[in-house]
Design a protein around this ligand. Structure first.
Ligand SMILES: Cc1cc2nc3c(=O)[nH]c(=O)nc-3n(C[C@H](O)[C@H](O)[C@H](O)COP(=O)(O)OP(=O)(O)OC[C@H]3O[C@@H](n4cnc5c(N)ncnc54)[C@H](O)[C@@H]3O)c2cc1C
Length: 365
């Protein structure tokens, strides 16, 4: 270990990255009786603006089932933990985060054995995903931030927002020494901002860019429809999100192709009205501006863990060389269901210096 072991229970937590996971960590840390000061470090967010990170691009779909209708790993535990946190935010900030009128409908049912042979997703009947929830991602992010400020005040603890970014392994080392001198720990929840260069060790992750298209909800869509792609009512039913593209590092397709594919899939599998809402794709001379002028694009990078027999599951661990540094990443497309549960695990493990809080399946092999 580069750092000597932490002598006492830490009193300071520095969290790097203010997405769903980092903000949930802030709240869990504030709630811990040993912690007197929490610092959040993120260059691109403020109380009133979110312009980076996957969380702000999320479509807000939260449910615990796989495409085959089975529970994802820790899906039910995650659902309960997330719902609890969302309820706390709604109660304390008066923000409306859950879209209460909406159901999540899986078009063509689940991909179970009945349609294995013909590979046609739409052969089964549509079904409602029980317990599925639609969350307004920006309302939730602002709400988490506000709740952290409320909690810090109530509990008389220091809460610091720092707009610096963490850019290299050397910076991580320096930070860990400074923090250690103040009896503190670091939690890296930087989403796609983390890399082997910054972590200084191999992380079993890959990155995938996703884009969503947001337009006016002219057809009063009430429920979310999904089947791989999705169409989701958003912003108190004023908007619809169409999503998402899946653009990998080595993916040579240009963005126009990604959008064309997305529209075709949505038309075919989900929502034939897309053609009306999303008129013929037009290209300008630079191959840009292919979408209706009134639409907004949100993009974010998903951090994918490796596929295992349990599916892709988040990665939570302590640094192999820096004793007071931890990571929580690899949430893929399911950050809403796992963020609160994982935040609790990593905060408990770090504050108590006890890795048994983290299931071994989540640790870096
Ligand atoms: C298009 C799209 C749609 C999605 N839809 C859904 C959905 O419907 N349901 C669902 O559950 N999940 C969805 N996801 C996945 C979900 O958004 C992510 O799993 C989740 O947001 C991950 O949260 P996070 O806090 O780990 O990371 P992020 O939200 O990426 O947050 C990381 C934060 O770290 C900061 N940061 C980055 N680099 C640095 C640095 N060097 N120093 C300091 N700070 C840094 C960033 O500014 C950012 O604020 C979607 C993702 C995308 C891209």
């Amino acid at each position: 270990m580069i750092q000597s072991s932490i002598a006492n229970t830490p009193s300071l937590v520095r969290i790097v990255g203010a997405g769903f996971t980092g903000l949930a960590c802030v709240l869990m840390a504030l709630d811990n009786p040993h912690i007197t000061r929490v610092e959040m470090m993120d260059p691109s967010v403020s109380r009133d603006s979110y312009n980076r990170g996957a969380s702000s691009a999320s479509a807000g779909l939260m449910h615990s089932l796989t495409r085959k209708g089975k529970e994802i790993w820790k899906g039910n535990d995650g659902y309960i933990a997330s719902l609890n946190l969302i309820d706390q935010v709604e109660l304390n900030t008066m923000r409306q985060i859950k879209q209460k009128r909406s159901k999540i409908i899986r078009k063509g049912g689940f991909n179970n054995n009945n349609n294995n042979n013909n590979n046609n997703d739409n052969d089964n009947e549509d079904c409602i995903i029980e317990g599925g929830l639609i969350v307004d991602p920006l309302e939730y992010l602002y709400g988490l931030w506000e709740l952290a400020e409320i909690r810090a005040k109530e509990l008389n603890k220091e809460l610091i927002w720092d707009t610096k970014s963490l850019n290299s392994y050397d910076e991580l080392l320096n930070l860990s020494t400074n923090i250690n001198n103040n009896n503190g720990i670091i939690i890296c929840t930087m989403g796609a901002g983390i890399s082997n260069k910054i972590w200084g060790d191999d992380l079993p992750i890959s990155y995938e860019l996703g884009r969503n298209i947001i337009i006016d909800n002219k057809y009063n869509l009430n429920d979310a429809l999904l089947n791989g792609e999705y169409v989701v009512p958003m912003h108190n039913y004023q908007k619809i999100i169409f999503g998402a593209t899946h653009e990998r590092d080595n993916d040579k397709k240009n963005v126009n192709e990604h959008y064309t594919n997305l529209r075709n899939k949505i038309n075919k599998k989900l929502y034939p009205l897309t053609d009306l809402l999303w008129p013929e794709i037009k290209y300008n001379d630079n191959n840009e501006n292919i979408l209706p002028l009134n639409c907004e694009i949100r993009k974010g990078i998903r951090v994918q863990s490796q596929r295992t027999h349990l599916g892709r599951i988040p990665i939570v661990d302590k640094h192999s060389k820096i004793d007071n540094c931890y990571i929580a990443t690899g949430f893929g497309s399911r950050g809403l269901i796992h963020h609160a549960l994982v935040a609790e695990m990593v905060i408990n493990a770090a504050i108590n210096n006890d890795l048994s809080y983290i299931p071994k399946e989540m640790r870096i092999k």
